[in-house]
Design a protein around this ligand. Structure first.
Ligand code: UD1
Ligand code: UDP
Length: 381
């Protein structure tokens, strides 16, 4: 029997991590097969991930430009994806998360009447400016989606509250945990060495709403923490976006205990998380991975769409105010009880089987041949 093609479209580092388990699960399917389309919205950081996960794209649109802006990126994505979908004619398109690649791919699939599966559907802060432009991307993508693969119950509830048809919402867990558990079986993901008597804090930042002053305040907080704690080292893989790297380097490059480095490959990053005392980050994926590794996360944002980690007590929102970050981090460094309370190893985001659940749902739906275009149904209702 001829297998049906499922286009797996992604473009950035975190999408690659969360889509890799799906590519592998689709390869193992008896009825479906993956057609991997990378937009390369990210270039170097995407390639790092493709190598580690053993994925060779069927289509590589190579779209990244230095310091790209949202409108021009969206325009280039739309035109290039149109050509690919015309040629590949997949039976379904899978997208993941909330990047510009996700919105463009969902829209172009809709234009071609190809059903869309949205992985990690239903995350919301309720504030269109936070995170920017991701909250808008995921709200719009939900309108274009036929199968909503919600990672948690609260994500599923968000979709139902927005009037999405319950039959199209599936609680699957987050594929980030599938990827993490798989990576931890590899020897390269063993914790990196930290000298006896020293502690390491891992820091990452990249959010657009933190560009400028907020990012400078975060970096100043890191500097103050280093100065106040002689036993502390910071490892800071710097995102290559010039809006990020210029500020981080200006504030921290000359500090002898701030190790600024290029983005780490996924396995090295997991080793660094595992070796860290705690993590400070504005990343979405890191908020999910660090708790699963038993590491507290101080979230350098004003809002989060991952409230589960906050309610489990393994993550805390600390915003971007220098004083607030320093005070909270200092307590975590000084109080064993506070630290133990946060470092529980509780993971609210999944059990490592999300990709198989998603592929089973697709196998059944596509075998029945009864895919209703959710967006068209909503429009007709
Ligand atoms: C993008 C996503 C964001 C996601 C983040 C993950 C959008 C609007 N933003 O943000 O949702 O959380 O990726 O990291 O979709 N660059 C390189 N090499 C790379 C990657 C980026 O040089 O491998 C530089 C380029 O100058 C590029 C710039 O970073 O133009 C910005 O990349 P872009 O994808 O537009 O935004 P991110 O901030 O990375
Ligand atoms: N990551 C990585 N190397 C790094 C920093 C992050 O491999 O130097 C991984 C991390 O483990 C997670 C993902 O990148 O899986 C998160 O990506 P990012 O923070 O860029 O995006 P977000 O999750 O915020 O969309």
């Amino acid at each position: 029997m001829k297998k049906l093609d499922v286009a797996v479209v992604f473009g950035t580092r975190p999408e690659a991590v969360k889509m890799a388990p799906l590519v592998h699960a689709l390869r193992a399917s008896r009825t479906l097969r993956p057609v991997v389309v990378v937009t390369a919205q990210h270039r170097e950081m995407l390639d790092q991930m493709l190598d580690i996960f053993g994925i060779v794209p069927d289509y590589d649109l190579n779209l990244m430009r230095p310091n790209q802006e949202l409108s021009e990126l969206t325009a280039r994505l739309t035109l290039s994806l149109d050509d690919v979908l015309k040629e590949a004619k997949p039976s379904a398109v899978l997208v993941q998360g909330d990047t510009t690649s996700v919105l463009a791919a969902s829209l172009v699939a809709f234009y071609h009447r190809i059903p869309v599966g949205h992985v990690e559907a239903g995350l919301r802060t309720g504030d269109m400016r936070n995170p920017f432009p991701e909250e808008m991307n995921r709200v719009l993508t939900a309108r274009l989606t036929d199968w909503h693969f919600a990672p948690t119950q609260s994500a599923a509830d968000n979709l139902l509250n927005e009037g999405v048809r319950p039959e199209s919402v599936f609680l699957t867990g987050n594929t980030v945990i599938d990827a993490l558990l798989d990576a931890r079986t590899r020897p390269q993901a063993a914790p990196r060495a930290v000298a006896a008597g020293r502690r390491m804090v891992l820091v990452t930042t990249h959010r657009r709403e933190n560009f400028g002053e907020p990012l400078a305040r975060i970096c100043l907080a890191v500097r103050e923490l280093l100065d106040a704690n002689p036993d502390l080292d910071v490892v800071f893989p710097v995102h290559p976006n010039p809006n990020v790297s210029a500020v981080v380097r200006a504030v921290l490059a000359d500090h002898p205990r701030a190790a600024l480095c290029e983005p780490l490959d996924y396995l090295s990053f997991i080793s660094a998380m595992d070796a860290s005392y705690f993590v400070m980050s504005d990343s979405g994926g890191v908020q999910e991975e660090a708790p699963a590794l038993g590491k507290p996360v101080l979230v350098l944002r004003e809002e989060t769409e991952r409230a589960e980690a906050i309610s489990f007590g393994v993550a805390e929102l600390v915003g971007t105010d220098t004083r607030r970050i320093v005070e909270r981090a200092q307590t975590l460094l000084s109080s064993r009880d506070d630290y133990r309370r946060m470092a529980t190893g509780a993971s609210p985001f999944g059990d490592g089987h999300a990709a198989h659940r998603i592929v089973s749902i697709l196998e059944n739906a596509l075998a029945r041949g009864t895919v209703a275009n959710e967006a068209l149904l909503q429009a007709e209702a």
